[in-house]
Design a protein around this ligand. Sequence first.
Ligand code: BES
Ligand code: MN
Ligand code: MN
Length: 453
Amino acid sequence: MAATDFLQRNREQHLEELMDWLRIPSVSAKSEHKADTGRAADWLADRMREAGLQTVEVIPTAGHPVVLGEWRGAPEGAPTLLIYGHYDVQPPEPLDEWTTAPFEPEVRDGNLYARGSVDDKGQVYLHVKAVQAMLADGGRLPVNVVFCVEGEEEIGSPNLAAFLKANVQRLACDAVVISDTTMFAPGLPSITTGLRGLAYMEIRVQGPSTDLHSGAYGGAVVNPANVLARIISQLHDERGRVNIPGFYDRVRELTAEQRQAIAALPFEEEGLRKEVGAPKLGGEAGFGPLERIWARPTLDVNGMLSGYTGEGAKTVLPARAMAKVSMRLVPDQDFHEVERLFIDHVQSLAPEGVTVEVLALHGGQPWHAEGGGPVFDAAARALEQAWGRKPVFIREGGSIPIVQAFQETLGAPVLMIGFGLPGENAHAPNEWMSVENFQKGAEAVALMYEELR
Ligand code: BES
Ligand code: MN
Ligand code: MN
């Protein structure tokens, strides 16, 4: 096919371009990178224009801009696909754990190392290249395409829901296509049918007005660090279940068929254990690791801060203690409701002698879809052609806060075809994307368009 030939011929060039984009540190969480996120958006808009998209705009929001690119040259009545992704990246810290600098991309052993390589610039860019390949030499796409690439996914997409609502007409589509997830195993193409939701909280415990000598006052003053530890220790029971009243009320249990489908996947617990490097895996009793990650809600401390943590010993009774706590949610939990349950429960655990403040930082709804439909089926066939294996249907434990909103606001089904791989170090030092997956992903997307002809 002409498009796959184009992608193979220009392989090196496309990789070089992606590396240019990766050099722009578009860290959405940090205001010092405000100009960089803008530059990353402009860079993408320029490449979209070169790819042959007809209308490309960088649209400001209250936060970082949205890049919108449209090609609407398909025959009358043809469907429209909306391609969503994000050009913002996570902060690269801790820097000293990177083998090469996070914003100086390098290929080693067939993997492209850089912050944002797989999450999500590489996966967005392969879509741009697939469209370019289809349009090259006077070619056409069988469907209209609209790219919607945001710069705030990694901070919870605070402005995108409003953007969708304000642009429902323009973004109207028959399906949303997203590449921002991972394949189940190398060489095994995967379609993701579920993501967890998220409720991200902060607990602040304040005791005395200042740090105190732990000998001179300890025992007579309530210690905020002790209190926080005690609160956190009560948030799970002995079976690893979340101990917040009402937390499981809306949880949809896995059906027998769903459990069988998960059990049929080629998965070794020991492989996962090795991947994470922990002495043993653990979690909610009665479920296997994939069930726990994909279909069970969880509560995890993400960070804690209190008292003296420097070298040696310092006898001090800290004035305050803080913890960041996130909960991953599954259908049909609602993150607003879970935030409320968490706040009320933590407040009920607060003893006298301290003040406890609980804040909701951000959240997103869980998503699950049965799949099926013309775009879904075309993608399955295209993935099979590209990898020579039928795709597996998986869920993932991560969250993309806007996915459920796409489905609700635009009324379109969401297709998730991810090209990451296990161990890709997203959000961690030494993030990488397989160069082969970047290439094959672009070819698979072009084949999907061909299948829709
Ligand atoms: N691409 C990820 C989502 C993801 C992670 C999908 C793992 C599949 C597996 C996305 O960029 C992400 O990191 N989402 C955040 C949510 C956000 C509000 C910070 C997450 O899941 O923590
Ligand atoms: Mn992502
Ligand atoms: Mn991410």
